[in-house]
Design a protein around this ligand. Structure first.
Ligand SMILES: *[C@@H]1O[C@H](CO)[C@@H](O)[C@H](O)[C@H]1NC(C)=O
Ligand SMILES: *[C@@H]1O[C@H](CO)[C@@H](O)[C@H](O)[C@H]1NC(C)=O
Ligand SMILES: *[C@@H]1O[C@H](CO)[C@@H](O)[C@H](O)[C@H]1NC(C)=O
Ligand SMILES: *[C@@H]1O[C@H](CO)[C@@H](O)[C@H](O)[C@H]1NC(C)=O
Length: 413
């Protein structure tokens, strides 16, 4: 071996090598409430509130009047530019575009300063006005070069698309050249404590598409104070003999639709109307798997059947859980927590079993509640949320168009 080789290798490592398309990487997601000082009851209620009202872009047309903000649940830290400027984005499988508030953002929902400033980055560049991204981005205004605007429930986010180098990864950082993202100059609404959104949908604009990776996975840690690992590309691998897979349902929208064919409580298959879950031609209905929805919500046709069935097996007085945004609660009184059967979500080709700790919660005041809910009015889709996927390693395989999952200890991945 020539004597200079180890030295060369060493310097490549410190030099933060930039890729146009890396092989694989690990990043960490932190919970939006990880830095807050919330009680267990508050965490339960905050997640329920978000799950009940979370709107994906597909819902905004008929629900713009709802007084709620769009927001997400997990944050990713990364840096943009040369030298790197840190930003915090919401990891969102329900969003297409990556965007962050820029230095000139006004009005903006929060100002975790300093905001990204492309003027201070040697690697930032404008895009040609007629490029594919500029022509096809949401809300492109042909009069303003490469502008976009996205209407969320509570307001509009607008700015221009630019490109720059992204640096991300933990423990190993990787830099990726020429990422296209929105430099937001005005934004309404509230987006947790982030500076923007990291779109992870199937769209060409998403992080996952832009870095040319064919798969990604994550594992939701049950403790909000702990990080949940996410793996991109070749490092996204499920281990074990009980990996289950179900095909994604194709649709013009960029969400990850899955086919939920039924739900069982214990050994009993619930008699849910056949129309409850399928994705309709007009884009309504459907069941989406989503990193930004904290707990599963089922359209009323399905929720009512599940909730009736649970009432029939729980021998406790019903109680009002509305203060916690929950639809079905019981009062434990002096009784101990009853033993409940498992719920099975029957996906096309893959059963997902939920033990009772993944669908019931006990509050400090003795309420015992179903931790699955109905969406707020005007929303027609069902969503499989993250509470039900705790300690499950979930893989989105875009090449094979499959969702796979397996039980896992997220703290060991
Ligand atoms: C968190 O809240 C508890 C109870 O309200 C309080 O005793 C504690 O000091 C708080 N901790 C921090 C870091 O604010
Ligand atoms: C932002 O973080 C603080 C704690 O650091 C928390 O109290 C607040 O609720 C968070 N804001 C949002 C919108 O999540
Ligand atoms: C992505 O781009 C390709 C080629 O430009 C196009 O055929 C495809 O429809 C695009 N897909 C999405 C989801 O935008
Ligand atoms: C639920 O599933 C778990 C884990 O697979 C199993 O150990 C348990 O016996 C099941 N519970 C019931 C009530 O069937």
């Amino acid at each position: 071996m020539p004597p200079f080789l180890p030295l060369l290798f060493f310097s490549l490592q410190i030099l933060n090598i930039a890729f146009s398309s890396p092989n694989g990487m690990r990043i960490e997601m932190s919970h939006i409430d990880s830095k807050g000082n919330f009680t267990q009851d508050e965490l339960i209620a905050r997640s329920a509130f978000l799950a009940k009202h979370r709107r994906l872009l597909i819902d905004t047309l008929d629900s713009v009047n709802l007084p709620l903000e769009y927001t997400g649940q997990y944050l990713i830290e990364l840096s943009i530019g040369t030298p790197p400027q840190p930003i915090t984005g919401i990891a969102d499988t329900g969003s297409d575009l990556i965007w962050t508030q820029c230095y000139n953002c006004k009005p903006c929902f929060s100002q975790p300063s300093p905001l990204y400033d492309p003027r201070k980055s040697k690697s930032a560049s404008n895009l040609p006005c007629d490029c594919n991204a500029c022509v096809n981005v949401d809300g492109a205004n042909p009069d303003i070069c490469c502008s976009y605007s996205i209407l969320y429930g509570s307001g509009e986010t607008a700015g221009i698309l630019i490109s720059d180098t992204f640096t991300l990864g933990n423990p190993n950082e990787v830099s990726i050249l020429d990422m296209v993202f929105g430099c937001t100059s005005s934004s309404g609404g509230s987006f947790a404590n982030s500076t923007g959104i990291i779109g992870l949908s199937r769209s060409n604009f998403s992080l996952i598409s832009q870095i040319g990776m064919e798969k990604f996975s994550y594992c939701i840690h049950p403790n909000v104070k702990s990080v949940s690992p996410m793996f991109l590309g070749s490092s996204a691998v499920l281990k074990g003999t009980s990996v289950k897979s179900t095909p994604f349902v194709s649709s013009p929208a960029s969400f990850y639709y899955v086919s939920l064919t039924g739900i069982s409580l214990g050994s009993k298959l619930l008699t849910i109307p056949e129309t409850a879950f399928p994705l309709m031609e007009d884009g309504s209905g459907g069941v989406i798997i989503d990193s930004g929805t904290p707990l599963t919500r089922l359209v009323p046709d399905a929720f009512q059947v599940l909730s009736q069935e649970i009432k029939s097996i729980v021998n406790l007085p019903e109680a009002d859980g509305s203060a916690y945004h929950l639809s079905l609660c019981f009062s434990l009184g002096k009784s101990s927590v009853p033993n409940m059967p498992n719920i099975t979500f029957h996906f096309d080709g893959a059963d997902m079993k939920l033990t009772m700790d993944k669908y019931m919660v006990t509050l400090s005041n003795g309420l015992f509640c179903l931790y699955i809910l109905e969406p707020s009015g005007g929303i027609t889709n069902s969503i499989i949320g993250t509470y039900q996927m705790q300690n499950m390693h979930v893989l989105y395989d875009l090449k094979n168009d499959m969702l796979s999952f397996v039980e896992a200890d997220c703290s060991k991945l």
